[in-house]
Write a new protein. Sequence first.
Length: 359
Amino acid sequence: MKKEFISSVLPNAVVDSLFVVDEVTLRNSSNKKSYISCTVSDRTGRLPCKIWGDAGMSESDIEGYYNALSQSQGSIFRIAGRAALYKGELGINVNDGIVYLSKPADSSKLPDSDFINSPVDIAACKKQILALIDSIGDEGLRTLVSSAVTKADGFFEKPAAKGRHHGYFGGLCEHSLEVAKTALSIEESLSGVRLRRDLLIAGALLHDIGKCQSFEKKGLSYVPLPEYSLLGHTATAMMYLSHYRAFTDAETFRELLHIVQSHHGEHGETMPQTAEAWAVHLADNISAKIHEVDEDLKSVNPGESVWGRKSDSFVYKSASCDDTGGERGAGDNGGGNFVSGKGSGSEKKSQRSITDCFK
Ligand SMILES: [Fe+2]
Ligand SMILES: [Fe+2]
């Protein structure tokens, strides 16, 4: 039975447990010494990990371990090192524990569900997304969104990102649902403004559909494909959605593509020009930013203000905050009751739906 989980790792604690390893890169420190940077994860979360090796190791020794790790991304390794805070972010440093990294550990007696990083109740998310699609009044647009979502490779399992927000199994569908619900709440909250609900739902659910072409499954993890950085997910979304042109009229299709193309606002190539495109852009920022702040706050003590690396801003944890921490429960996937209500699955249900991804 796996005893030590990411959620229980504290600064300065000795760590010796099995974790999934991915995002493996070979880097140079400020004194020009090679080290391996990677991410380690289990069902409770992810942490950055730096593998320095012990003092007597040569550059080629480190490269050898790098080659072994990078060829087995998504596999389970024994990580033996010490946790530390670096610029406000918790991580693990490995020195002589590098000797355990020449090959994956034997995890045959442990369930995959202990290692698959996902706080998402994927079944509940999927149910709400399908209900939202069903509520689209325009038949052509409804069929387009339904086909695009259900035929995309891994829409309900892939992460929305690797580093910043929703970077876990089911992150893409959770984020897409949050953006749709937030965009609809903008529509409901504003007086004297009419947003086209069908277009809002379609654009929100499809705005990051290009992420499906950005990740591939490796072992118990998803790793970025070259498309992730070479093309970006807006370009891959445009290519993917072009197959669905015939489902609706030219004007509706153009406006749908505009929402997708402009959803990064000032950070993208095209600024939003319709009310629906602005609503999706702002809802996207809300979903991403609040999750980033929430992630940053996990390693902050009550009453402390630190620079948050994910949110790229200062974050403060209230002095009166209950800092008991713990895992996010199944069904705690954003709440709201726009269609079919908040997910209410048990942890068993969540883990079952996640491990189903591997069948
Ligand atoms: Fe995006
Ligand atoms: Fe997004």
